[in-house]
Every structure is written in structure tokens, then in C-alpha cells.
Design a protein around this ligand. Structure first.
Ligand SMILES: Nc1ncnc2c1ncn2[C@@H]1O[C@H](COP(=O)(O)OP(=O)(O)OP(=O)(O)O)[C@@H](O)[C@H]1O
Length: 300
């Protein structure tokens, strides 16, 4: 059994809404992203992992604990940031955060203050009067200050500006260094790319794809874009034995997919043609995600 194990997890709200047959295995120390558009099923999956809603069928386990039956035990080593934050009334950030540390019986106010400073959060403010961004920062401080073995974060950077998002990314990386396991949902490609070891894509309540980020970003299969100076070169080059995509006659441009081991052959070949430019198209998660979703739409 993996450290976090979702086995055919299903929550059926009727009319094809909910999540269906979600099976995911996450190892200890991994940072795992669940990515999907609005209404895809991210929150429903996470809430079942936290034991807040009962699955229609299937099970979720964290470190061998059934998330439904042993949710109290799970809370002893899991920090959670909900998608929608509802704080108790009449409290300042500070009283709330101190109470969270006390309730959890782990973490420290010193560490919490340090995180608040990095997030530029005024924790003396009243929770009720806090802006959306401040509330999000308070929830993050509460989650990260406990030193929990597992963090489960539902769209954790919602409401953060780009600078604070960078702080958040650093906090995740620090958790990773400590060997902690992170499960987060997001639709912010950059943060997924920078933090996640693996990603599952969810659409209409179903997992449609999974990938290892390293394989995507550091693949030996590369794509290059070329533009030729003359129509003649453009045409003759296409007679060679390569895989061409996005051929644009009018611009004399094309893309070529090639493995690193064939790059010298390509360089040699290019010397015989009038090439205006040649550049690598870097792979990124956003393009990958968009392609997967486009293919899904085409298959419907
Ligand atoms: N309590 C509920 N009753 C009925 N349907 C629900 C309920 N909660 C969620 N759903 C439906 O289940 C599906 C998945 O919703 P969910 O909130 O998990 O998606 P999400 O990926 O978290 O979306 P978002 O990014 O908008 O937060 C949606 O079709 C939603 O309308």
C-alpha cells in the first residue's frame, strides 16, 4: 500500500456529478498535484481524504489509516487548507493561530511568526475583517507552522499575489526537503510545475492522465521550430526522414520532434539548407495540460 492510497474512490451526487473511480498512489515525501478546471472534482476528492464526506464507494488511506474511519487519527499528522476558508468569529489571526498550534499539540508560535513575516501577514488583524488574501495567508500559516508529516492543500495559493505565490512555492519546497508529503489541488500551472513531482489530471470527476514532472520537463524527446529562407529549402528539407508538425507553408516554418540522440544528424543535415532560425520549444506543463484536455474534447 502506498503512503496515500485512493482506491476507486467514488462520490456520486447524481446527474454525473461528483468523482468516480479515483485511484491514486502517492509515496511518502512526494509532492503530488491534482489539476483540473472548475467543477472537475478536486475538492470532492480532498474532502473524502479528510473524512469530511463519506464516499459512495471506494476507500482512501493515509499511512494505512482509513480516511473515513480514522479521520481523527489522520488529523494528528495532517495539515489541511480548505478551498473555502471559514474562520471562527471574533478572533485575531494571532489568537486563531496560537489555538491551532495548541490544539494540534505540535508546531511552534516562533515558526508561525516566521511564516507570517514571509507571507507579509499582519496576524494582529481581526479574522472577520481580513481580506481574502489575508485569510488565505492565515490558513497557510496555520498549516505550515505545525511541521505536519502530510499537507493536504485545496487550491492553496488562491488570492495570493505573484510575489506571495513565490513564498508559497518556497514553503512547499522546504516541506519536500523535510521529507513531508504534500497533496495539493491547483489550476496554477507555474506552481504545479515548480513544486510537484507527479500530477494527476481530473476532468468530469475522472482521472484522465498522470505524469511525472521530471519526465515532461527533462525529456530527451525535444521539439524544435525552424524557419527557412527559401521555399526550395523548406520543401526539400521536408523530404528528409524526420517527424514534422505544424508545417506552415506561408511562413516557411515547421516544427520537428526529435530525440537527443539524433540531434547531431539534424545539425549536419541543416547545413545543406537555407535556415533563417532554429530554436528549441521548451516543454511546459501548461501546454501539456492544454493538449490533454483538447484530446479529451476531440474524443467525446
Ligand atoms: N454537495 C454537493 N452536492 C451536489 N453536487 C456537488 C456537491 N459538491 C460538489 N458537487 C458537484 O461535484 C462536481 C465536482 O465538484 P468539486 O467542487 O469537487 O470540483 P472542483 O474541481 O473542486 O471545482 P472548483 O475548482 O470550482 O473548486 C461538480 O459538478 C459539483 O457541482
Amino acid at each position: 500500500m502506498a503512503y496515500i492510497d485512493l482506491e476507486n474512490l467514488t462520490k456520486d451526487y447524481g446527474q454525473d456529478r461528483g468523482v468516480f473511480d479515483i485511484s491514486l498512489s502517492i509515496e511518502q515525501g512526494e509532492t503530488f498535484g491534482l489539476v483540473g478546471i472548475n467543477g472537475a472534482g478536486k475538492t470532492t476528492t480532498i474532502r473524502q481524504m479528510m473524512g469530511f464526506i463519506k464516499p459512495s464507494s471506494g476507500q482512501a488511506f493515509i499511512n494505512g489509516n482509513d480516511c473515513q474511519k480514522n479521520s481523527a487519527r489522520i488529523k494528528q499528522f495532517v495539515s489541511y487548507v480548505p478551498g473555502e476558508i471559514n474562520f471562527p468569529a471574533d478572533k485575531t489571526g494571532e489568537t486563531f493561530l496560537k489555538r491551532q498550534i495548541e490544539k494540534a499539540g505540535r508546531g511552534s508560535w516562533e515558526r508561525c511568526k516566521e511564516i507570517c513575516e514571509r507571507l507579509q501577514l499582519d496576524y494582529t488583524a481581526g479574522l472577520k475583517t481580513m481580506s481574502k488574501g489575508m485569510k488565505q495567508k492565515t490558513a497557510l500559516a496555520a498549516a505550515f507552522c505545525l511541521g505536519s508529516d502530510v499537507l493536504i492543500l485545496d487550491e492553496p495559493s488562491t488570492g495570493l499575489d505573484p510575489l506571495m505565490r513565490d513564498v508559497f512555492i518556497d514553503l512547499i519546497k522546504e516541506e519536500k526537503k523535510l521529507g513531508h508529503t504534500v497533496f495539493l489541488s491547483s489550476h496554477i500551472f507555474e506552481e504545479i510545475e515548480q513544486t510537484c513531482d507527479r500530477v494527476a489530471m481530473i476532468k468530469d470527476g475522472r482521472i484522465i492522465d498522470q505524469l511525472t514532472m521530471n519526465d515532461l520537463l527533462h525529456s530527451k524527446d525535444k521539439t524544435y521550430k525552424l524557419e527557412f529562407k527559401t521555399q526550395e529549402s523548406f520543401q526539400q528539407f521536408q523530404a528528409l526522414d524526420y517527424t514534422f508538425t505544424d508545417v506552415k507553408e506561408e511562413d516557411l516554418q515547421l516544427k520537428i520532434n526529435i530525440n537527443d540522440q539524433d540531434i547531431n544528424r539534424l545539425m549536419d543535415d541543416l547545413q545543406h539548407y537555407d535556415v533563417l532560425f532554429f530554436k528549441e520549444i521548451k516543454r511546459n506543463f501548461e501546454d501539456y495540460f492544454t493538449n490533454v484536455f483538447k484530446e479529451e474534447v476531440n474524443h467525446v
